[in-house]
Design a protein. Structure first.
Length: 399
């Protein structure tokens, strides 16, 4: 049986990946839905954008809090509890609040904090759901499914908004989120002996197995910052060269490259040490980012380079996730994973803000060189600290 098919052999595996797909679709749909709703009520684009920012900040904080809760005694109850809070926050924002920017920011910050951390929940369950030889395939499917959902989300919002109005997408998102919470109740089975072991380890404060987690976090922050600069720089450069209509195609190409690469990487069950895979992915990504600097005057070349960049960078995210099994205890996987994702979100926001300021003050060509520089920094960090995430760092994780 093909390696990727092993991920879907169990009922829990199918439910888990379905929940991730629905969750990612909702997350991908929410930013645009919040923006369109707030702008329609406030008639102020800046205030609407601030509401979206409040949602994003709440989401990052909520990921960290939920990670700790997911590593607690009853992790299955966390997603459904958060989904109910999310539903309540959305209903309050839609039907009970006055058209006030601060009120909307508060309501949607609560909604952001209560988006169930389904991907973190499922990521922590993978070592329990699958044998070790299936882990890389499962992490690849997780990444691919998540990216596919994120890519589809904005289209869902646009379609519902055009048909039913600006409130309807948020109601649909709330129902999807609630569905993911219900599905999470069927993922995995409780293990009383493991729960006792988890409680004992938490009591001793055991979290990491060495310095490897810090290595992965530093690499993730550098990668996130570079992604933020790209999100702002590429549209600005293409617009400045009268190639604005190519912006969507450029980012679609990157997403397509990432999805295809994730499927191929997970499907072949790559051999060798994962830490070297991470370094190779970062090296190739940094090199392609350097090439991107030379293509900015040619839209077709930008699209082709973005496709290659997406393909080169996808294994980095997959291997970084897989390496968590080496550098943190199983009892802390949800905490470690959600904190890393939250850090990435903050780094992306910081990179976007930096690029916006740099472009405003110095021109459109200034921010993009930060992309290969920060990726090279991530490569240097992982190379110099390679022993902390290599085979020597820990014994093989249990299955």
């Amino acid at each position: 049986m093909p390696p990727l098919a092993d991920v879907f052999r169990s009922k829990s595996g199918i439910i888990a990946m379905t929940a991730v797909l629905l969750s990612a679709t909702a997350i991908g749909a929410t930013n645009l839905a919040v923006l369109q709703f707030a702008e329609s009520r406030l008639s102020d684009y800046a205030a609407a954008a601030s509401t979206v920012g409040a949602f994003g900040l709440g989401n990052a904080i909520g990921l960290i809090i939920q990670g700790r809760l997911l590593d607690g005694r009853r992790p299955k109850l966390i997603p459904i509890s958060m989904a109910l809070i999310f539903l309540a926050a959305i209903l309050v924002g839609l039907f009970w609040l006055p058209a006030d920017g601060r009120a909307y920011a508060a309501a949607f910050a609560i909604a952001g904090a209560s988006v169930p951390a389904i991907t973190g929940f499922v990521r922590a369950q993978i070592p329990r759901l699958y044998a070790q030889e299936v882990h890389i395939s499962a992490y690849s499917v997780l990444a691919v499914v998540f990216q596919a959902g994120l890519a589809f989300g904005p289209s869902l919002t646009s379609g519902i908004n055009l048909t039913f109005g600006s409130e309807a997408p948020l109601l649909a998102i709330a129902l999807i989120i609630l569905t993911t919470g219900v599905l999470s109740l069927s993922i995995g089975r409780p293990n009383p002996s493991e729960e006792r072991e988890r409680a004992a380890l938490r009591a001793r404060g055991r979290f990491t197995k060495g310095g490897g987690y810090a290595t992965l976090v530093m690499a993730t922050l550098a990668f996130g910052f570079s992604s933020g600069t790209m999100i702002v720089s590429i549209p600005a450069i293409l617009a400045a060269t009268h190639a604005g209509p190519w912006i969507g195609a450029a980012f679609s190409a990157m997403a397509l490259g990432s999805l295809a690469s994730g499927i191929i990487y997970g499907g072949k069950r790559p051999e060798g040490d994962l830490s070297s895979h991470l370094q190779k992915s970062l090296l190739i990504s940094a090199s392609i980012a350097g090439i991107l600097l030379l293509t900015t005057g040619h839209p077709a070349a930008v699209i082709a380079t973005m496709l290659l960049f997406g393909a080169a960078s996808a294994p980095a995210g997959i291997t970084a996730s897989a390496l968590l099994d080496r550098v943190v205890t199983r009892e802390s996987l949800a905490t470690a994973y959600t904190a890393m994702i939250a850090g990435n979100l903050i780094a992306v926001a910081a990179g976007s803000a930096f690029a916006g300021v740099a472009i405003d003050k110095f021109g459109v060509q200034v921010a993009l060189p930060v992309l290969p520089i920060t990726l090279s920094l991530a490569l240097v960090v992982t190379f110099l600290r390679r022993r902390s995430i290599g085979r020597e760092a820990t014994s093989a994780p249990r299955t």
